[in-house]
Design a protein around this ligand. Structure first.
Ligand code: 3H9
Length: 676
């Protein structure tokens, strides 16, 4: 097998080139090749300095994550980085694309770093539940300072080359088109410079308050995660004056601890699950896509506005249609306000705001949608209204236009059936707020064409969404799984639990909020039959009293003017009255029972969704819950979590509470506890 590493001689400079597509991950073959190339450069008397660069779209994007579950192969990355650093001839890293994780550590092992301005450097291991384990936690603070090292390792966001340059992490910026030539020239300049600057030999600049300040400012953000604290501890070790060798021993020990843990397994699972989700089993990757030059959105309400913003931000013009001028003005006004708020936070320039709003065409004329390549209906959930819209769309949309509904529950096939082109109809279920939430459920109707699906999946990536394909079923993947959770949570109230207890269990689990906090935020009246005399459950009783949640300052909790919740005596009374009416004597409910009845039931529903073919794979369900509902990523989504919890335990818990258990769950227990 040919090595992904080759060497090229430019006089006295040896250029070491990696070509391991797509992202130059530091696989065993790359590590072996790098080791051999450095040895070659060191041994050859005619070579005075070396350059390491990569072919393709990026510098090394990190260790090869697929190798983490396999037996280790020598040389390990820390050895390779040490070896580069130990070279008695200067080594220059020439960086383009993204120098991430192990890639950034290779760059830190080099004695000099030159980068193009569009490059990014980062240590995102924390997002995989890990830390930079090839010396990064000890070299980075020595080169870039404690504060930046904390930011980069514990948060994991890459920084632009320019910032890296200001911080001393990059020595020189090169022109976009002349990286290699400038790197060689740089190597020539420094070939005789002695002593060779080695990151491991630098002292750590004193910054006594940095660690404590960082911990204080970021405690909330890291709630529930193991890896940020381990990253911080390693930087703290470097800051404490420990020797480089002691720091490395500590880093290794922490890296191995994280690597063996469930959280890193969960986070790595999600990394691959997210990428897998974009693939559709029976639609070839090379399917030719429909061109989407203009998007139409029907409805300028919260959803329609949010949906439009996604396309505008990605530079795709949008025609937005409303029935009344005041609704149209309100909708576009909100969009502008949202953009301006983003600009005020420094995340957008005023020119970008104007460019986005300038690409928006508001109109009252439905026929204007005729020029759009994709039209998304975002009106309220009513089948008759949606059918009427799609009947009209069928008459005016250009041939080949994709007709999408943003419905969150309704049957896409029934909607498609009113058109003469069901193959062009698809569901695009955005999550609120649609300009913020990452998830997009792409609902595949019985007749949806393969190229329609492929086009929508590709477009999702362009507007920076994580898309998952769902089949036609009430509530699709996410909302369908919410139903048993909601039903059981409400029943638990009747039997003796309190909203506070159930929400506490969910928040302790890692959810951003519990079912009742979520109901108060979304509106207790959502889906309510609006008949105050018809009280069939506790939720109806609250809705009948105008306790619609935060918007009426009363729901399952009471709210003050700042929307701070407090436990509600009135809700306790309502629950009590309802229990009496139903003849239920309240009992003590354990936290375990809450977990079994509100979380195991979701897993069970997920298994049914898989059995019915409404999701392609268990990992897609995990992606839905991570990106659509804030399921804690360190638990890897409900289906992954069920496997770490133990499927036998989940099945036993469901059975103990009398739930019919999905066949595939029971079968998986027998098959070693793995879901497909
Ligand atoms: C580490 O470095 C540990 C060390 O500190 C210590 C070691 C001792 N490995 O995302 P894309 C695949 S931990 C293996 O669609 P983009 C990816 O699965 C690592 N495979 O492209 C996909 O495969 P497929 C720290 C990888 O342009 C394909 O490449 N580094 C890896 O949207 C294309 O990826 C990171 O965490 C990998 N490291 O984004 C960086 N990376 O086509 C992780 C990617 O079969 N990577 N693949 O679905 C990224 O953030 C993005 O991939 C990147 C490109 C920004 C590089």
């Amino acid at each position: 097998m040919t090595s992904p590493i080759r060497t090229e001689r430019h006089g006295e400079i040896l250029v070491i080139v990696s070509d391991n597509q797509p992202v130059n991950a530091l696989s065993a073959a790359v590590r072996q090749g790098l080791e051999a190339a450095i040895k070659e450069g060191v041994a050859d008397a005619s070579i005075e300095a070396m350059v390491i660069r990569c072919d393709g779209r990026t510098f090394f994007a990190g260790a090869d994550i697929t190798e983490f579950t396999k037996p280790p192969v020598d040389p390990l990355l820390p050895q390779v980085v040490d070896m580069i650093e130990a070279s008695d001839k200067p080594v220059v890293a020439a960086i383009h694309g993204t120098a991430l994780g192990g890639g950034c550590e290779v760059a830190l092992g080099c004695h000099y770093r030159i980068a193009v301005p569009s490059a990014k450097l980062g240590t995102p291991e924390v997002k995989l539940g890990l830390l930079p384990g090839a010396g990064g936690t000890q070299r980075l603070p020595r080169v870039a300072g404690i504060k930046l090292a904390l930011e980069m390792t514990a948060k994991g966001d890459p920084i632009p080359a320019k910032r890296a340059h200001e911080a001393g992490l990059v020595d020189r910026l090169a022109g976009e088109g002349s990286l290699e030539a400038e790197a060689i020239a740089f190597a020539r300049e420094v070939k005789a410079a002695r002593p060779i600057p080695r990151a491991s030999e630098k002292p750590v600049a004193d910054d006594p308050a940095a660690v404590e300040t960082f911990k204080r400012e970021n405690g909330r953000r890291f709630r529930g995660f193991d890896a940020p604290a381990a990253n911080i501890a390693c930087i703290e070790k470097a800051a404490s004056g420990a020797s480089f060798a002691d720091g490395i021993t500590f880093e290794r020990q922490e890296f191995m601890r994280l690597m063996m843990g469930v959280q890193s397994a969960a986070q790595r699972h999600i990394f691959f699950a997210e990428r897998q989700a974009s693939k559709i089993d029976d639609v070839p990757a090379e399917t030719s896509l429909r061109e989407i030059k203009r998007v139409g959105v029907i409805g300028a309400g919260t959803m329609g506005g949010g949906i439009s913003m996604n396309f505008l931000s990605a530079g795709i013009p949008v025609t937005i249609v409303e029935m009344q001028q005041d609704a149209l003005d309100r909708g576009t006004g909100t969009m502008r306000k949202n953009y301006e708020a983003t600009a005020a936070k420094g995340r957008m320039t005023a020119t970008q705001v104007e460019a986005a709003m300038g690409a928006l065409t508001p109109t009252l004329n439905f026929d204007d949608l005729g020029e759009c390549d994709l039209i998304i209906e975002a009106v309220y959930e009513n089948m008759d209204v949606k059918k009427d819209i799609f009947t009209r769309l069928d008459k005016i949309a250009k041939p080949g236009a994709i007709l999408a509904s943003n419905t969150s529950y309704l049957d896409i096939d029934e909607i498609a059936a009113v058109t003469s082109r069901p193959q062009d109809v698809v569901g695009m279920h955005f999550f609120s707020p649609a300009n913020v939430m990452k998830l997009l459920e792409v609902v595949r109707g019985a007749k949806t064409a393969g190229d329609v699906l492929a086009t929508v999946m590709a477009l999702a990536k362009k507007i920076r969404k994580v898309a998952v394909v769902a089949g036609v079923t009430y509530g699709f993947i996410g909302n369908r799984m919410l139903i048993p959770r909601q039903t059981e949570a409400t029943k638990l109230l009747l039997e003796g639990a309190t909203p506070e207890q159930i929400d506490r269990v969910h928040v302790a689990f890692g959810m951003p909020m519990g079912p009742f906090q979520m109901a108060d935020l979304a509106g207790v009246d959502i889906g309510w039959h609006r008949d105050p005399t018809r009280i069939e459950n506790i939720r109806d009783a609250l809705a009948a009293e105008n306790r619609w949640g935060q918007k009426t300052k009363a729901g399952f909790y009471d709210y003050d003017d700042k929307r701070t919740p407090s436990n509600s005596a009135r809700v306790a009374e309502i629950i009590d009255e309802f229990r009496k009416r139903e003849g239920v004597t309240p009992r003590e409910i354990s936290d375990e029972e809450i977990v079994a009845r509100t979380l195991y039931t979701m897993v069970n529903e997920g298994a049914l969704i898989l059995e019915e073919g409404k999701a392609q794979r268990a990992s897609d369900i995990d992606v839905v819950w991570i990106y659509g509902y804030g399921w804690p990523v360190y638990r890897g989504g409900p289906m992954f979590w069920a496997q770490t919890e133990g499927l036998a335990k989940v099945v036993a818990g469901l059975e103990a509470h009398g739930f019919p258990v999905a066949k595939s769950l029971k079968d998986a227990v027998g098959a070693g506890g793995r879901l497909k």
